[in-house]
Design a protein around this ligand. Structure first.
Ligand code: C2O
Ligand code: CU
Length: 489
């Protein structure tokens, strides 16, 4: 499979972007640009951005389905996807939009769809309490009310998240908030999502390995980008923004460019940074996202790769994406000194502090996940300090609904590239991470949100707890036990 971006396509792209003159005499014919040969082309997930209906609601339809995908040449891999055989479309919505999701499940088993990084009522969150049975439909609806960010969506069925993600159920959810702060923003051209997943393959091409076995489940030896193995991308602009999502079961990436050029981190999980942070490497654990802007020169090739960081979950060097630039690049301004106005999450001096210890045996504070047990009760709008201590092996920590900032890791404030709004954080072995956590405004004592390790084997094995958000003053009166609508799940 070869993909050539020839001069005609290049001019079409240039015209679409307003680069060519619109009137007057025809511009002189430029020398024919040599085609950009990228090898196997990167697949860019289609955008799903429906217009609002008569009721003012943007109505998205997502169907969970099984299919087959040619990932290794000449072999068909059984895969799962949303609206297609593998992975899902990129959903797009802006702050203030009302959205409705019609989730249909055509798989042979129940699943759920969780909106990772979205601020919404717990009943819409799509966690383990909200299974969608085969043949059934679920239609959550909410108003987008959060800053611009790269969020994502994936299944969250009790004890089976690792398997459903490994089969390929994951997609990006782009949140816009006003004009795009001078960052590259032409989807698929200079604003490109990169979904990273590592896999192991059996002889016949099917995914192998047991996501629930061993200390970490899957640590694959092939890393796919948007479901493609060893892809290339034709760079047509001076700068490209990549929205990188780690949708792997356990693998941690340490991203860099093959010539060690510097690049800019412009966003963390939950939003844009106030100021771009210049780096030559950036780490990314499962569930985390990072937005980066890379500058290019005409007619070059550089590889986005991950390098061994010495940790059990970060072993091995892998080339991820070949970036091949055209002989002429469309100008793109550099990100400004200030990307967006940024307000730090600042806990009050007497803020509530909660402590969580990630123990060996897949428990938190000595307890494994119980769907009927509410572990924590938090009032609406609270800003709290959550201390997450890792007493065992490699883990990270994700909290649904909230946005947080890292206060410190083992006593040291975070580097600039991870000082923004986040929802998932790496917790190094035998250290404590302190977080300033901003909770939302939707009270519902009967519907919990989750917090858990996002290494999916650990999550499935029970390294997860539940919290509810309630009206201030009612914390002590709400029930700590839930009646399960779906016992057995
Ligand atoms: Cu990415 Cu509980 O989720
Ligand atoms: Cu873990």
């Amino acid at each position: 499979m070869r993909s050539l971006v020839n001069r005609r396509q290049f001019l079409a792209l240039a015209a679409a972007s307003g680069l060519t003159t619109a009137c007057g005499t025809a511009p002189p014919e430029p020398d024919p640009a040599p085609p950009v040969d990228v090898g196997t082309p990167l697949r860019v997930p289609p955008l799903l951005h429906p217009d609002p209906g008569p009721d003012g609601v943007r109505h998205y339809e997502l169907t969970l389905q099984a299919g087959e995908t040619e990932i290794l040449p000449g072999k068909q891999t059984p895969t799962w996807g949303f609206n297609g055989p593998f992975l899902g479309p990129t959903l797009r919505a802006a702050r203030g939009d009302r959205v409705r999701m019609s989730i249909r499940n055509t798989l042979g088993e129940a699943s759920t769809v969780h909106w990772h990084g979205l601020r919404l009522p717990a009943a819409m969150d799509g966690g383990p309490h909200r299974p969608v049975d085969p043949g059934a439909e679920w239609t959550p609806e909410w108003e987008i009310d959060q800053p611009a960010a790269t969020a994502w969506y994936h299944p969250h069925p009790h004890g089976k998240t690792s398997l459903h993600l490994y089969h390929g159920l994951a997609g990006v959810f782009v949140i816009d908030d006003g004009p795009d702060a001078g960052l590259p923003s032409e989807y698929g051209v200079d604003d490109v999502p990169l979904i990273l997943q590592d896999k192991m393959f059996a002889e016949d091409g099917s995914f192998s390995g047991d996501p629930l076995k061993g200390p970490f489940g899957i640590l694959g030896d092939h890393v796919l980008v948007n479901g493609v193995y060893d892809p290339g991308f034709a760079v047509l602009t001076e700068r490209v923004r990549f929205r990188v999502l780690n949708a792997s079961n356990a693998r941690m990436y340490t991203l860099e460019l093959s010539d060690r050029r510097h690049f800019q981190v412009v966003g963390n999980d939950r939003g844009l940074l106030g100021t771009p942070a210049e780096v030559d490497q950036v780490p990314l654990t499962p569930g985390e996202r990072v937005e980066i802007v890379v500058a290019f020169t005409p007619g070059e090739q550089v590889v986005l790769r991950t390098v061994d960081n010495g940790l059990d979950i970060g072993k091995g060097d892998f080339d991820l994406l070949r970036l091949v630039t055209a002989s002429e690049l469309r100008p793109t301004p550099a990100p400004g000194e200030q990307i967006v106005p940024f307000t730090a999450i600042t806990p009050a001096a007497d803020a509530r502090v909660r402590h969580f210890t990630l123990n060996a045996r897949d428990s938190i504070n000595g307890r494994t996940m119980d769907m009927a047990r509410i572990d924590e009760v938090v009032p609406t709008g609270a800003v709290e300090i959550w201390e997450v201590e890792n007493s065992a092996s490699s883990h990270n920590f994700h909290i649904h609904e909230v946005s947080f900032q890292i206060l410190d890791v083992a006593g040291t404030p975070p580097p600039a590239h991870s000082a923004g709004y986040k929802d998932t954080v790496f917790v190094p072995t035998r250290s404590t991470v302190r977080l300033a956590v901003q909770f939302g405004r939707y009270a519902d004592p009967g519907a919990p949100y989750m917090y858990h390790c996002h290494l999916l084997r650990h999550e499935d094995a029970g390294m997860m707890g539940q919290f509810v958000i309630v009206e201030p003053g009612t914390e002590d009166t709400v029930s700590r036990t839930l009646l399960l609508a779906h016992p057995g799940h």
